[in-house]
Design a protein around this ligand. Structure first.
Ligand code: AMP
Ligand code: MG
Length: 396
């Protein structure tokens, strides 16, 4: 049996770059950027008025007694206006171009406009105030976003600001999520007393959706013949095959044998961890197969840890930075296995990430996961983990 570190290395070694594709910006959320984006103009693109009020020429204003003639109005969206006299002012709106000849904005709240005259009500007028200077955020042609960035709402906004209505993203693997087991029924069916609903398929579909992957789903009965027939087709038509169940020691756990028969090269089977020990990983040509254990917590941990690792490496994007938390209570864990424990992580009054443990009833207790926003990873080699000790966490 291999260690977690070895499993991660094997997965990394089998990362596959599927290239890139051009897609509409609106569909690019959660995808990985496959081009560098540069600013096409400085940001802001012009000296931008940041407050509704009046635009003045600071030096000219200082020579007045605080009252200026209002000679016009400059709304947002109009070409640059001109302040003809340095001792006059223009009304301006947020988002307008700073008028030619003006350099300072005084808010409406700080002036009283009556009979075409603006009376300034404040003593401290600072030259340049309430102006967002052209190029002060970003210069023209500056690198805005790098290849490999994850596209979140903020990246969409940045891309939109430079007119990227179509964007190059890393191609996602064509993915199928398979459930196995004769005890499983579809969520549209009412289970008999000896049956359960195949919830893992939905958890895993949602997990890979965090990468923008729209996975297909299929159920396989515990029938070697059908498993072989369906998998044969799937291995040709998909890049990423995620199986749950059927990889342990049970009489009907046909998956590893069937995959072998179909020429899938087993890269590892079983990792020194709990939950999730029976995980299976293999490859046939450019199709990657993850055989996750059926128990819902095991399936979840393995998908989050290993499939995400494969996606990070395949799409050459950074994993979010390593996170650590402090155990809030003592934990005893005797087996010589790397332990993933569901925890609720929150910041205490001192700003320290604290992990409250929700052990639950083991790998079948998926209802317990509602309490968790992370798994804390307790390394092999000791069996008592004390409150206050710091360990890595896997956010979920
Ligand atoms: P197996 O790995 O096939 O031995 O399954 C281990 C346990 O996980 C069994 O109790 C199964 O009923 C359960 N299980 C397997 N697949 C799923 C699934 N897709 N959704 C929910 N539970 C599952
Ligand atoms: Mg099974």
């Amino acid at each position: 049996m291999i260690t977690i570190q070895e499993a991660l290395e094997i997965i990394e070694y089998n990362a596959i770059d599927l290239g890139h594709e051009l897609i509409p910006l609106q569909e690019s959320g959660s995808r990985i950027l496959a081009e560098d984006l540069h600013s096409d103009r400085p940001l802001p693109p012009y000296d931008r008025v940041t407050m509704d009020g009046i635009a003045i020429n600071y030096n000219g204003f200082k020579e007045t007694a605080g009252s200026l003639e209002v000679t016009g109005i400059a709304p947002a969206g109009a070409p640059q206006a001109t302040l003809d006299s340095p001792k006059a002012c223009l009304e301006v709106m947020t988002g307008a171009v700073l008028p030619k000849g003006a350099d300072t904005i005084i808010r409406y709240e700080d002036v009283n406009i009556r009979d075409g005259l603006a009376h300034v009500l404040i003593d401290t007028v600072v030259k340049g105030m309430n102006v967002h200077t052209q190029g002060s955020d970003i210069e023209e042609n500056a690198l805005l976003l790098k290849t490999g960035s994850r596209i979140r709402p903020q990246e969409i906004g940045i891309a939109a600001s430079i007119g990227k209505h179509q964007i190059q993203v890393k191609k996602n693997p064509k993915t199928i999520i398979l459930s196995t087991g004769d005890e499983l029924v579809d969520i549209h069916q009412t289970p008999e007393s000896h049956q359960i609903r195949r919830s893992n398929s939905y958890t895993n579909t949602r997990l890979v959706a965090q990468w923008g992957i729209k996975a297909d789903q299929l159920h396989l009965p515990d029938d070697e013949g059908i498993i072989l027939e369906k998998l044969e087709y799937i291995l040709v038509h998909y890049d990423l095959v995620i199986l749950t169940g059927g990889v342990s020691k049970g009489k009907f756990d046909f998956i590893p044998k069937a995959l072998k028969e179909l020429g899938v090269h087993q890269l590892f089977h079983k990792v020194r961890q709990r939950p999730g020990k029976p995980i299976w990983f293999g490859r046939k040509d450019n199709t990657i197969v993850f055989g996750l254990p059926g128990n819902p917590v095991s399936s979840f941990v393995c998908a989050r840890k290993y499939i995400f690792h494969w996606l990070h490496k395949s799409q050459q994007t950074q994993a979010s930075s390593n996170m650590y938390a402090r155990l809030a209570s003592d934990v005893t864990f005797k087996p010589d296995l790397h332990c993933f424990l569901p925890v609720s992580v929150s910041t205490n009054e001192e700003g320290i990430l604290q992990a409250e443990v929700f052990p639950g009833n083991g790998s079948g207790d998926f209802a317990n996961l509602k309490n968790a926003n992370a798994f804390i990873e307790l390394p092999r080699g000791k069996d008592l983990f004390l409150a206050g000790e710091i360990y890595p966490i896997l956010a979920v």
